[in-house]
Design a binder for this molecule. Structure first.
Ligand SMILES: [Zn+2]
Length: 211
């Protein structure tokens, strides 16, 4: 179980110029490391070091010899022959495209913007129990945009039916907005675990050319 958690944990991906691109699972990150198309970036007290797959493995083995921190067991992958620390940041060695300056309009980002909370009752639900609701229904010419789509739980969705919130006597907990930065990254940044991402994100936001 712990192993699965470790493989699904989040890894920040940087381009060749250390600019944040997106977030992937540790499983995918390890696949890229094995192919030598990426390296691990490890941040320690504001300074960072780079490791290829083999040297990261060696560092992990040394660290593991000193004893794995018990509170961070999900941050380790255990194989038959060695333990490896799950990287938190990787850098794509040959990828030189710039980060997108626009946040992609997709389900994943909408769920992250709304923090998996139903925007009518305000309760948090697992993704499988939420659906996307057109505030102004399509039948009334409601558009599929950041400002007209919100997360809604099954119950609120049913209650609202094909009506506007006004018609259904329901209120939104907040006004939906178009996020400036990736809402997935914003959510992760609140957790202490991903503190090391921050300096790369700041860098990315400053370096993206304005259009
Ligand atoms: Zn609800």
């Amino acid at each position: 179980m712990q192993q699965v958690v470790a493989l699904e944990s989040s890894v920040l991906v940087l381009n060749k110029f250390f600019m944040a691109l997106h977030v992937i699972s540790a499983r995918r990150a390890l696949a890229l490391l094995c192919k030598d198309t990426a390296e691990v970036i490890s941040v320690d007290e504001g300074r960072f070091s780079a490791y290829d797959f083999e040297s990261w493995k060696d560092v992990s083995i040394c660290k593991a010899r000193l004893g794995l921190p018990e509170d961070d067991s999900a941050g380790w992958i255990r194989t038959v022959s060695f333990n490896m620390e799950v990287p938190k940041i990787i850098r794509l060695l040959f990828y030189d495209k710039l980060p997108r300056s626009n946040v992609k309009f997709n389900r994943r980002n909408i769920f992250a913007r709304d923090e998996n909370k139903c925007q009518y009752c305000g309760h948090r639900f697992p993704t499988s129990e939420l659906s996307l609701d057109h505030i102004v229904p399509k039948a009334y010419d409601g558009k599929t945009t950041w400002t007209n789509i919100v997360c809604a739980c099954t119950e609120c969705n049913k209650k609202k039916g094909g009506r506007t919130p006004g018609q259904a006597g329901m209120k939104l907990t907040r006004k939906p907005f178009k996020p400036k930065h990736s809402p997935i990254l914003s959510l992760k940044l609140r957790s202490d675990k991903y503190r090391s991402w921050k300096q790369f994100l700041d860098e990315a936001y400053w370096s993206v050319p304005l259009k």
